[in-house]
Design a protein around this ligand. Structure first.
Ligand SMILES: [Zn+2]
Length: 285
């Protein structure tokens, strides 16, 4: 009986926490950025998103993998969880090992598998976190699952119940990069395709003209979304894509000033147009 009372109190307290916006974690924080859409910060390194439908919820990207994202998501939603990864980089797919099933475009499956090895994860998180380390008690030590990576392609629709999410392939930043369109709420979740500064200089990035084709594909559908929810940084209005297209065109035709760009992942050149910057490899246009 006492045990029953204890669990009842826990449930009530948990519900109150969510109602008051006080879901606590030493590592993650969150804010509501749309109707039943939560942006989860991976301690500032990247954004994940949790979307709730009437039947199930979708976690878009699972972060660096240094903390227990599943338990955190469970504080926000009790619906069955579908995990979809925008691309195979370690700050977006690093927690795949915490789930038994993850959806990903197959061109990025190998990368995601590699980054989920413990040693790769610790290397990538130390670069991404700029010296910050997870609080001792929050470093995830859960069991490692033999995660199944389920392939998804252009046009796939996930029906969460009262809300449908469409897969749109946008290769460029990685070969298997996808965006996810919340059709009725006109929200586009964009991974690393539409950040304020997009990296196009990494080894597995496609040539810049192929990235431009993905941006133009988004532009053709711009009436279908009002807000871009990126993998890094704050939400942007949909017309941000116009600046990105102008930026990439300006790189390709040589009309924009090029400046050197340095990062932990390598050196490149960078150009800016309006709100958009693109760091690129001049030998991979
Ligand atoms: Zn990335």
């Amino acid at each position: 009986m006492k045990r029953k009372l204890f669990f009842s109190l826990c449930l009530i307290f948990g519900a109150l926490n969510i109602a008051c916006g006080q879901v606590q974690s030493a590592w993650f924080s969150y804010k509501e950025v749309g109707p039943k859409v939560w942006q989860i910060s991976d301690n500032g390194a990247d954004n994940m998103y949790l979307i709730e439908g009437s039947d199930s919820s979708m976690l878009i990207d699972d972060g660096l993998g240094v903390a227990d994202i599943l338990s955190f998501a469970r504080k926000l939603t009790s619906k069955p969880l579908v995990i979809v990864i925008t691309h195979g980089h370690p700050d977006h797919a690093g927690s795949d090992y915490q789930f038994d099933k993850v959806y990903i475009q197959p061109a990025d499956s190998m990368a995601a598998r590699g980054y989920n090895k413990a040693e790769a994860r610790s290397g990538s998180s130390s670069s991404m976190l700029g010296g910050r380390t997870p609080a001792a008690g929050d470093l995830y030590k859960g069991r490692i699952l033999n995660t199944r990576l389920i392939p998804i392609h252009e046009g796939r629709i996930f029906d969460l119940g009262g809300r449908k999410i469409e897969v749109i392939e946008t290769p460029g930043h990685t070969p298997g990069e996808i965006c996810l369109l919340d059709i009725s709420n006109k929200l586009l979740f964009t991974g690393d395709n539409n950040n304020g500064l997009v990296w196009l200089f990494l080894n597995n990035c496609l040539p810049l003209h192929q990235y431009l084709a993905s941006l133009q594909k988004q532009l053709n559908r711009i009436n279908e979304f009002t807000t871009i929810l990126p993998g890094h940084g704050a939400p942007m209005p949909s017309d941000f894509i116009n600046d990105q297209v102008a930026c990439v065109k300006g790189i390709l035709d040589g009309s924009l000033d090029r400046k050197p760009y340095q990062s932990f992942a390598g050196n490149a050149m960078v150009c800016t147009f309006g709100r958009a910057s693109v760091a690129f490899n001049p030998d991979n246009l």
